[in-house]
Design a protein around this ligand. Sequence first.
Ligand SMILES: [Zn+2]
Ligand SMILES: [Zn+2]
Length: 281
Amino acid sequence: MIPSDNHVHTNFSTDSTTPMEAQLLQAKTLGLPSLCFTDHMDYNFPSKGHATEFFFPVDKYFSAIRKLQEKYPDFPLRIGVELGLKKDVLPQCLSLTGSYSFDFVIGSTHLVDDIDPYYPEYWEARGEAEGIFRYYQVTLENLQLDFDFDVYGHLDYILRYCPAIKAARETGTVPEAFFQTYFNQNKEIIAEILQCLISRGKGIELNTGGLKYGLGHPNPHEAILSLYRDLGGEIITLGSDAHEEKHLAYDFSKVAGILRQCGFSRYAEYHHRKALWLPLA
Ligand SMILES: [Zn+2]
Ligand SMILES: [Zn+2]
């Protein structure tokens, strides 16, 4: 059985136009056992190329999902959010998670020093090695701020945007040496991030967005998933990061094999902010 998808965007996210119901119907078509919407909430996102911030009206979001839960009572549909973490929005984030009963909260680093690494100027200012290291530094800083979340989103997704990867993707596959180089260069800080997550009882996700982007690996890379396991980490959730229904549960047929190779025998889903454990099929 294909596992359920726990990182899914809809038109409540600024960068998606997909109706919630379309994602839900696709989940039913694929035979997913459940689904969790995790739309973007990035407070104080510098607006560039987007008409508005990555922000949604929370009451409307809850009532839209509740309506779908009533319409499809036999299908477990959960309410999540993907919070963009950065230090100046800690109070807003804590207020959101303290005031609303989400099932699942993903914490993600989308901005590094208030710049989205999606844009070339991020890399022009720092260069590749420093741009990647700074992302991990900011991730660690975010972790030390006591944000309230369940798993860290797409750890290492910075690699999707770095110029060498983009160039390699245009000519074919990304050489494995690239991942090894940047893993080895950042191993210490990645281990510190993972230890910090483990000590706080928080997980990471296997995000198949990296496979969709042509990295040849999920985010994070298997080396990071294995390191998390070796350090004693147990909590892994699964997400496609789909912004369109055609990407829902993207490459989910591969996730059990990937996780088993990294030393896991089960994965988690969240309901009322509590982990439900499921065996890898
Ligand atoms: Zn994200
Ligand atoms: Zn996302």
